[in-house]
Design a protein around this ligand. Structure first.
Ligand code: UD1
Length: 374
């Protein structure tokens, strides 16, 4: 069996790593890894490959940055000949980035089977590019691996056949479980005992100049009570420039994007995390670290229902108030969602290897016959 994996952007890498590793243990399986090049900076890509022990990609499409249409189109044009040439039995796509939906579209048109890892998540907010990517990818996939039961409910509501859906758990947590001991060795030196860790990169937040300014002001206010460490995504760096923070004291420590191990170590011992990321809501839930999410909605509701995540929206007064709650030691009862246990990738491999036997509907639908002339 030949499996071709498509990855492109930072959050893909921690999801694909355990699946690649689990397939590598199968003698009957050969693999091709395609990097679309959506993320290309060493700090956004290469360092993750190294730390997560992902093999060198067989092919890099080098699509780089661009508008959504440009990026998606470039991935499609680059990937099509690769799929035709390599003729994989299954293509694995991950998460909700532009590379994911582009790959699913190419495979659907070529009638090559696609499996979507992290299927079924929904924010119900179509202003988010990721939500559009999730909806389209799930419609086009032949097997859909969900991280939590809400994903199954969403897919069934959208008319996905139940025999295509498998609840396997969370592959990001596989990577976390495997690498947490190593991450502890990557703890940054001279860390304060208590600190807040912040990230912010979503277009809805950082492309809004007024909001971004307000957010930075709020971080500085929080910084008076607890040191804030803020690794800055390239998109955010472009928006805030350097001047915004000049002469504001050292309450907020800005850093370049951190490697996986450094960031995981920082999350584990943070007093609280402030973020608009999807994956970080899950990682903090697993680690039991309080997380305040600066978004109006989340496609990962399980992190707010049983996990440590609180949605504060874009209300900076609420962000301050919830931060105070945490600093005052408010205890939250946090549980880890079922199947977030470090073994999701093994379950995925088992399902793929057994998929043909399970009669997944992979046969192309015949075009409707034209009506006979009267
Ligand atoms: C993408 C994903 C988002 C994910 C995020 C994680 C989509 C629609 N969005 O958003 O879901 O949470 O990755 O980071 O796919 N840039 C660099 N170097 C890089 C990559 C990007 O400088 O290696 C800059 C470029 O100027 C680029 C901008 O960051 O225009 C945004 O990159 P892009 O890949 O378009 O989207 P992200 O915001 O990273």
């Amino acid at each position: 069996m030949h499996i071709l994996h498509v990855v492109g952007a930072r959050p893909n890498f921690m999801k694909a790593a355990p699946v690649l590793k689990a397939f590598a243990g199968q003698a009957s399986v050969s693999q091709t890894l395609v990097h679309t090049g959506q993320h290309y900076d060493s700090l956004m890509s290469e360092v993750f490959f190294r730390q997560l022990e992902i093999p060198e990609p067989n092919i890099n499409l080098h699509v780089g940055s661009g508008s959504h249409a440009q990026q998606t189109g470039q991935v499609m044009m680059g990937l099509e000949p690769v799929i035709l040439e390599r003729s994989p039995d299954w293509v694995m796509v991950y998460g909700d980035v532009n590379s994911t939906v582009a790959a699913a579209l190419v495979c659907a048109k070529l009638q090559v089977k696609v499996a979507h890892v992290e299927a079924g998540l929904r924010s119900f907010d179509r202003t988010m590019p990721e939500e559009v990517n999730r909806l389209v990818t799930d419609q086009l996939s032949d097997l859909l691996f969900t991280p939590s039961a809400d994903g199954n409910d969403n897919l069934l509501r959208e008319g996905i056949a139940p025999n295509k859906i498998r609840l396997v758990g969370n592959v990001m947590i596989d990577t976390l479980v495997r690498l947490l001991p190593l991450a502890r060795a990557h703890r940054l030196p001279e860390l304060p005992d208590r600190y807040a860790l912040a990230t912010m990169h979503r277009p809805a937040n950082v492309d809004d100049e007024v909001f971004l300014q307000k957010f930075m002001e709020t971080l500085h206010d929080i910084g008076k009570a607890i040191p804030v460490i803020f690794p800055v995504h390239p998109r955010t760096r472009q928006r805030i420039g350097q001047s915004c923070f000049a002469g504001r004291g050292d309450h907020v420590r800005l850093a370049d994007p951190l490697s996986y191990l450094e960031f995981l170590a920082l999350q584990e011992t943070a007093t609280l995390v402030i973020t608009d990321s999807g994956g970080i809501q899950e990682e903090t839930t697993f680690l039991g670290v309080p997380c305040l999410t600066v978004r109006e909605n989340t496609e990962r509701p399980v992190t707010t229902i049983i996990g440590s995540n609180v949605l504060v929206g874009r209300d900076m007064g609420r962000l301050l108030a919830e931060t105070e709650n945490i600093l005052e030691g408010r205890q939250v009862d946090v549980r880890i969602p079922p199947l977030w246990d470090g073994h999701a990738a093994e379950r995925i491999v088992k399902e793929i290897l057994g998929a043909d036997a399970l009669c997944v509907d992979s046969v192309p639908v015949k075009p409707a016959m034209s009506a006979p002339a009267l």
